[in-house]
Ligand binder design. Sequence first.
Ligand code: 13P
Length: 251
Amino acid sequence: MFNPTRSPVRKSVIAGNWKMYKTQTEAAEFLQGFLPLLEETPGDREVVLCVPFTDLEILSRSLHGSSVRLGAQNVHWEPAGAYTGEISAPMLTELAVRYVIIGHSERRQYFGETDETVNKRIRATQSAGLVPILCVGETKQQRDRGETESLICQQIEAGLIGVDQGNLVIAYEPIWAIGTGDTCECNEANRVIGLIRSRLNNPNVPIQYGGSVKPDNIDEIMSQPEIDGALVGGASLQPESFARIVNYQAI
Ligand code: 13P
């Protein structure tokens, strides 16, 4: 159903982030259950699966000819080199990857990702013709201290230095809402996303909400005029729940 409150220029992007879940066998099983549930999915939304590197090849083959796009969860900024354990953008393009999540809070928190490395990864992603999904978001402590706005603006400003805003998705993921079942109130997510948009040169960048998105809250989330999609963790692991999210109906 078309949501009349959202600008028709902005595409809705619903992306699953599988994080470190699913072997190739499990990924293939997921697709068998998931793809048949997309027969009625409206064409106004892009559906993306951001999967572990080891699942990319099998999904790339299985998704050939489907409208579902493939995404990775990170990328290095150099095209090749002595960087043990890293994956480069050309390696992803060869597998028909289209999107790359960059700067997820779990990478910032556990793997030392900074605004500077995030920026380098985004630029490398774009240079290879891929679409970065830049993640930003505050901790509970930062929110309680009233730092949400300044932190988000800093992450956006530093992350987007030298970046083409015509080839970009942003995800607002309040860290306290990730994996907790504690979804950000829709109007608050809408407000912060509006703030992010006000800092951009291109107001048509799709901006997603992420954090405990579920089948029972997606319709309300997608009814917010500033929210252009969702980045979904736990609820993207089951075909039925992710299909229900993808097939959202804005209220
Ligand atoms: P959950 O949907 O499990 O809260 O995870 C959100 C997330 O981190 C998506 O990138």
